[in-house]
Write a protein that binds this ligand. Structure first.
Ligand code: SAM
Ligand code: SF4
Length: 472
């Protein structure tokens, strides 16, 4: 395998995002009747993946009353499919060198104000130590696009993360957010034992894409659009898609995310494992005010609509959003959030006052992991650090088979409780432990008396006596 960035080859590739059809559907479904909107919500509550026309109906249901019905539908669906668990993770920026010129991003090559930094392996070890000692178990490693961050480098950094053990803790799942590779590169990265590989298309609108990506390998729309197909071809069956909301009309991007999902389902019998919908945030040396953006009401609508459209796909909400908005949106559909995040390269271990100069954009939720966890418990959620499925091979298509009623009760909730208990035993503040233990008790009370519960109670006792990493 040659070092450096892969050779771009888009011969024979076509876009699977039918722009005209999307605009047409959005036009045709304007002013839907309440009955039609309820029909679509009901189909989703039957846990069907929606069709594009149905999503367009929800997008056009934009009165406050109909929006409320959509939020309510999404809340119900979330409860049905996911229960009250929220999976927690942290982003870890490995390096911010970049050969691309994404106009919205603080890391773009033409930005003179950003301080460039790539972690050395000893620095990476220190970051991991800091994250493990806070209680994290799941990370997403983030990289700029640069010849030095090739597949071998990504592979080596993932291996380095898994090799660390501190006290009772270690990182058990490493996801990746990096540039698209070729099939060989993806195979190499997979061999390091990654969880999900995320690539955000940023915008699915070709003209906008060309405007905001004027140069560098990322300027090739098709190479990026088919990136996760290549990941699947290489055997990575948990892939994450996303759009950077606000570059162009969010309605178009939300529809396009559904088309991307359908494309993956049709080609690989499994849709994306997760969908992300980051909103543009201010970034050092960057004019992010020039884009249409998405207001809070529409942002909430787009999350609820995605929840209803793809009932079994994980939705990720990051610290880009404010505490108030996160607390609100968590209720209707998000399954994973980051917490205690710092996105300055090296910032977890160095307490760098100028960390923002090494950051890609600005975060709006600065709470610590412990505080987020306490507030989640107080709001009735069970925080989870579970990594059971991926370590037992319940990924991709197999994960879809499991994503049926009963699965959450059998695996997810018990695993959430066990990993949350580990957190409380090893890392939490006394107040958080108090709130958390109460929450676990409530959860246990709700469970019917059966073998499953007996096993869980036995494992809870084992964790309290010092056993770690138990899962179903
Ligand atoms: N360099 C790789 C790439 O572009 O695919 C890896 C990920 S990049 C470091 C992470 C993501 O951050 C991008 O895909 C983009 O969606 C998002 N992002 C970039 N600039 C942003 C901004 N100003 N506000 C919010 N998110 C931003
Ligand atoms: Fe580089 Fe990614 Fe930022 Fe674009 S979004 S400039 S590729 S780090």
């Amino acid at each position: 395998m040659k070092p450096g960035l892969p050779k771009i080859d888009t011969e024979g590739l076509k876009s699977f995002i039918p722009e005209d059809e999307i605009f047409d559907l959005l036009e045709k479904t304007k002013n839907p009747t309440p009955e039609r909107v309820r029909e679509v919500i009901a189909r989703s509550l039957d846990k069907n993946r929606l069709e594009p026309e149905e999503m367009a109906v929800l997008i056009n249901a934009d009165t406050p009353e109909l929006a409320e019905e959509i939020f309510e539908g999404a809340r119900k669906l979330k409860e049905l499919v996911y229960g009250n668990r929220i999976v927690l993770f942290a982003p870890l920026y490995i390096g911010n060198d970049c050969v691309n010129n994404c106009q919205y991003c603080g890391f773009r090559c033409t930005n003179k104000e950003v301080a460039r930094k790539t972690l050395t392996l000893p620095e990476l070890d220190r970051e991991i130590e800091a994250l493990v000692n806070k209680g994290h178990k799941r990370l997403i490693l983030v990289y700029g696009e640069h010849p030095q961050y090739d597949a071998q480098f990504i592979h080596d950094t993932v291996k380095e993360v898994y090799a660390q053990k501190h006290g009772n803790g270690e990182i058990r799942r490493v996801n990746i957010n990096a540039a698209p590779l070729d099939v060989e590169g993806f195979k190499l990265v997979k061999s390091a034992g990654i969880g999900t590989y995320q690539i955000f298309q940023e915008t699915y609108h070709r003209e906008t894409y060309a405007q905001v990506h004027p140069s560098g390998p990322k300027s090739d729309f098709l190479w990026r659009l088919h990136g996760l197909d290549r990941a699947q071809e290489a055997g990575i069956d948990d892939v994450g898609i996303g759009a950077l909301m606000g570059l162009t009309d969010w309605r178009f991007e939300t529809m396009a995310l559904l088309y991307h999902t359908i494309h993956l389902e049709e080609r690989f019998k499994v849709g994306p494992h997760t969908i992300s919908f980051p909103r543009i945030e201010p970034a050092i040396g960057t004019d992010t005010g020039q884009y249409p953006g998405v207001n809070d009401f529409d942002f909430k609508r787009l999350v609820a609509i995605l929840r209803l459209a793809v009932p079994y796909t994980g939705l990720i909400l990051t610290c880009r959003e404010s505490v108030e908005l996160r607390n609100d949106i968590i209720k209707f559909g998000v399954s994973q959030i980051d917490a205690g995040s710092d996105i300055g390269v090296g910032a977890y271990s160095t307490k760098d006052e100028e960390s923002y100069k090494k950051s890609q954009f600005v975060l709006n939720d600065g709470r610590s992991l412990d505080q987020v966890i306490r507030e989640l418990c107080e709001a009735g959620f069970i925080p989870s650090f579970c990594t059971g499925c991926y370590r037992l091979g319940r990924t991709g298509e197999h994960f879809m088979e499991f994503a049926v009623p009963g699965f959450v009760k059998r695996f997810c909730t018990p695993n959430a409780i066990l990993t949350f208990l580990e957190y409380m035993e090893d890392y939490s503040s006394p107040e958080t432990k108090k709130a958390g233990m109460l929450q676990i008790e409530r959860e246990l009370e709700r469970m019917p008396e059966n073998d499953q519960k007996a096993k869980l109670v036995e494992r809870i006792a084992q964790v309290k006596q010092g056993a770690r990493d138990l899962y179903f």
